[in-house]
Design a protein around this ligand. Structure first.
Ligand SMILES: C[S@@+](CC[C@H](N)C(=O)[O-])C[C@H]1O[C@@H](n2cnc3c(N)ncnc32)[C@H](O)[C@@H]1O
Length: 328
């Protein structure tokens, strides 16, 4: 499933107007990890600080370390969380820098970790950032505006074979070779610099019969480019194991993924850590082979219909959680 980057309201939401996804469930899953004297949580996708605010309000002794790579998100969440004073440490960083951020905050071990992956509502809603195919904007898609790599660079310079791989692997686009070939042909005439031109191009590369089903055909291409530009899966691949390593005994991680690639990666990492890998046939399982974690959720949990009606962007959410049950 691809995340929907099409529907924007046109205005930039400010702290308070944004609805954190599966909030009650996130609070419920993390609460048992915060029963000790001075619990710490790391929020690896601070965004507008919605989940962070609710966690801090629910646990008066909780310290929160919040990470985001987007300076706008840092500014909004800093304002929103200001009332919690020294209970909050905010870092502008990529989530795979999580161990360094925790070390710098003087809190290398944490009781909870939250990943609310992907883009935030303001990133999608601000036309100029180029994430949404429904606005005509420069092809940008950077979460961190100071980063060099943009969607325009990817679209105009990557070899067709590389573009095909990205569209297929990150967008699950069946027609990846056709879309990549048309991009290569059109960019030779004139560089592709706008979201609208790209969206129109994708539409014409997809067979008419397929175009009639499955929503906007540009959805998968835009998702793929966004993942490539921001190295999203690479960051998660490192950040999630790092967060698991940082968890204390009884500590919990909750991951909210918004497309199947993120969810599959999350599942793979959590399954590897919760599996018993002891050699078969032993009468007693050696401690060293026993799993350090257990799954707290059965499969992926979905938002309920009421939430999806209220907040359509929650529709693609998939939640998984795990708990540390052994040190080591
Ligand atoms: C869905 S929003 C989080 C919303 C937040 N939970 C709230 O309640 O307001 C995801 C945020 O994660 C940030 N982000 C995505 N990938 C990141 C990464 N690898 N490192 C740091 N921040 C990242 C984005 O900039 C965005 O602000």
């Amino acid at each position: 499933m691809a995340e929907d980057a099409g529907h924007g309201t046109g205005h930039v939401e400010r702290p308070g107007g944004h609805v954190p996804v599966m909030l009650e469930r996130v609070l419920e899953l993390l609460a048992p990890a915060f029963t000790g004297p001075d619990p710490v949580v790391v929020d690896a996708n601070l965004g507008l600080g919605g989940h962070a605010e609710a966690l801090l309000a629910a646990h008066p002794r909780l310290h929160l370390v919040g990470i985001d790579r987007d300076p706008a998100a840092i500014a909004w969440s800093a304002e929103r969380l200001a009332r919690f004073g020294e209970r909050v440490t905010i870092a502008r960083a990529v989530s795979d820098e999580l161990p360094d951020v925790l070390a710098a905050a003087g809190r290398p071990r944490v009781n909870g970790a939250l990943f609310d992956l992907g883009v935030s509502s303001p990133q999608l809603d601000e036309p100029g950032r180029g994430f949404a195919y429904s606005y005509d904007a420069p092809l940008d898609m950077r979460m961190d505006p100071e980063q060099d790599l943009t969607a325009e660079y990817v679209v105009n310079t990557y070899a067709p074979r590389e573009l095909t791989r990205i569209l297929r692997d990150y967008g699950e686009e069946r027609f990846a070779p056709r879309v990549a070939a048309l991009i290569a042909k059109e960019r030779a005439k004139e560089p592709i610099t706008s979201t609208k031109r790209l969206a129109d191009l994708v539409r014409s590369a997809i067979p008419a019969a397929t175009r009639r089903t499955g929503g906007n055909p540009a959805k998968r291409t835009f998702q793929a480019l966004r993942i490539e530009v921001n190295g999203e899966l690479t960051a998660l691949e490192q950040a999630l194991p790092a967060a698991l390593d940082a968890l204390t005994l009884g500590g919990r991680v909750v991951v909210l993924a918004y497309h199947s690639l993120e969810d599959r990666l999350t599942k793979r990492v959590l399954t590897a850590r919760t599996r018993d890998d002891s050699p078969r046939g032993l009468p007693v399982l050696p401690e060293a082979h026993q799993p350090r974690f257990r799954l707290v959720t059965r499969g992926a949990e979905l938002p309920d219909d009421t939430e999806v009606t209220r907040n359509p962007r929650a529709a693609s959410a998939r939640l998984r959680a795990a708990e540390r049950i052994r040190e080591g």
